[in-house]
Design a protein around this ligand. Structure first.
Ligand SMILES: [Zn+2]
Length: 510
């Protein structure tokens, strides 16, 4: 399995109390740690406060992404087993999937300071990233997702103050609300490593069912800073944003060193490993996200098959126990780890915060709203394979994360039969492979057209254990990469020689 291990999250010292238990396959969840946490002083407080008079590239208004999960589903009369008990996946010994692909050694390396100042209703930051394009390019593109339509409508705004390359300011412009383009003189040659730095400021919105949200002292911070949209071998992803509860982003795996400062008394859960006060380290993560709040914490350790630390925080005022979420997540991690070649991370952090319907996934850190311990929880765990490990361009090929995660969710819950019995709207039928731009004007059909139809297409391949094997091929071959329809169909064909024909009927070609 090589170097596929992508460590993930957390913070909190007291957390250790909750966690030091068990490494069995049976998830064991222990009690909760207190809601308080790390004080400000414990966090290293490097801060990147941009000069307010720095050369302004100010963003204009907006437009962008948001991702959702699991919209309400009218229960269709299910024809098949619908036990909500997890089926125990036996890893199919006859499944001969290759080892995980190894990450690009020239992947970007981010160093970031994030200072959450609720008194100013803003997050100040700066980042430096080492970037090495694998093909020639005349631009450097950062996506500014908070300026997308959904987030901006709620009051989010990301401002950039200056773009420097190797210490020198370069011409840059905000070409549209979600796209910052820097134009280094002479461009960048393939293999030419540069260091790009930029200070930024995020203005927080109010409570919104979105990846960026503030409800009092509960804050969701997903897709909240400028991020490189490079696709190795292809170039810059410049997808338009979507106004749906969905995303259109694409970013390569990267390494992260993030210093975080938050107000006293609050706790943060985030992508990567919390390795010293106020600092997270992450390797092979294609994005970085964080939730801040007054969390009641619970943790457990599960074998998937290597030990995975699960941490759940439920924000104060939400009348649910983190234990149930931790149990659900741990069971799904163990189950899907067996099916798909081992869970990609050593940690899994889940934050339950107010005002969110469903869930939103980031590598090693998932955000869910109240009342989502049912289908949403295994669905988001599945995204650690489909999106986080084997990535995808979520604007170009949304079925590659959503359809595959929905199939996996249904395998955990034993609900494939229910999925198969659901009808697909006429404007979505046979259009599984359409990009987000197609769904933008058909948002009411998006869930069934991409999530449900994706699960149906996979189930149509053949026996489900072999479908699991085909997905294992997909995950391991495309680990740390940004696969396309072609690479997905190639992987499926390794198990089902007629995979192209089957998917062609659903509108996926490549
Ligand atoms: Zn999803």
């Amino acid at each position: 399995m090589g170097a596929m291990r992508r460590p993930s999250t957390i913070l909190a010292v007291l957390f250790l109390v909750a966690v030091a238990c068990g490494g069995t396959e049976e998830p064991v969840v222990e009690g909760r740690a207190s809601t308080t946490s790390t004080s400000n002083e414990e966090r290293s407080s490097v801060t990147g406060t941009p000069d307010s008079d720095a050369a302004g590239l100010g963003t204009s208004e907006a437009t962008d992404p948001a991702e959702p999960d699991v919209p309400a589903a009218g229960k269709s009369s299910a024809s098949t087993p619908s036990s909500s008990t997890a089926t125990v996946a036996a890893s199919d010994p006859s499944c001969r999937a290759p080892d995980h692909a190894t990450p690009d050694p020239k992947r970007p390396r981010y160093r970031m300071n994030v200072d959450v100042r609720l008194s100013e209703n803003a997050v100040f930051g700066d980042l430096a990233v080492d970037f090495t394009p694998d093909i020639r390019t005349d631009r450097i593109v950062f996506r500014l997702w908070p300026n997308g339509p959904r987030s901006a409508r709620n009051g989010a705004r990301l401002d950039i103050f200056e773009l420097r390359m190797n210490g020198r300011t370069i011409p840059a412009s905000v070409e549209n609300p979600t796209t910052l383009v820097g134009r280094p003189e002479g461009g960048l040659a393939a293999g030419q490593k540069v260091t790009v730095t930029l200070p930024w400021k995020l203005t927080l919105p109010g409570q919104s069912s979105d990846r960026i949200s503030r409800s009092g002292d509960a804050v969701r911070l997903g897709s909240f800073f400028p991020i490189l949209s490079w696709e190795p071998g292809v170039g810059w992803s410049t997808n338009p944003p979507t106004s749906a509860f969905a995303e259109a982003s694409s970013s390569p795996v990267a390494d992260w060193s993030v210093n975080v400062k938050i107000p006293p008394g609050l706790t943060a859960l985030a992508s990567g490993v919390y390795d010293r006060p106020g600092h997270w380290q992450g390797t092979y993560l294609r994005d970085w996200a964080m939730s801040v709040g007054r969390f009641t914490l619970a943790g457990t350790r599960v074998a998937a098959p290597h030990p995975v630390q699960v941490t759940v925080g439920v924000h104060a005022g939400i009348a649910e126990s983190p234990v149930r979420y931790a149990q659900r997540a741990a069971a799904a991690i163990a189950d899907l780890g067996r099916r798909f070649g081992g869970f990609p991370d050593t940690e899994y952090d889940l934050a339950i915060t107010p005002g969110l319907s469903g869930g939103i996934e980031y590598p090693g850190h998932v955000m869910q709203g109240p009342g989502t311990s049912g289908r949403t929880t295994p669905h988001e765990v599945a995204h650690m394979f489909f999106y986080s490990l084997a990535g995808n361009d979520q604007g170009r090929d949304p079925w590659l994360d959503e359809g595959l995660a929905t199939y996996a969710e249904a395998r955990v819950d034993g609900t494939i039969g229910q999925m198969q019995s659901r009808s697909i709207p006429a404007d979505a039928r046979g259009r599984l492979g359409e990009p987000m731009t197609y769904w933008e004007s058909r948002q009411s059909s998006y869930y069934r057209g991409v999530y449900v139809q994706g699960a149906q297409a996979l189930a149509a391949l053949g026996p489900l254990d072999q479908v699991d094997c085909a997905l294992r091929h997909y995950v391991t071959r495309n680990a740390h990469e940004i696969p396309t329809n072609r690479s997905a169909l190639d992987a499926f064909t390794a198990v089902f020689p007629n995979a192209r024909e089957v998917f062609g009927r659903y509108g996926v070609r490549g």
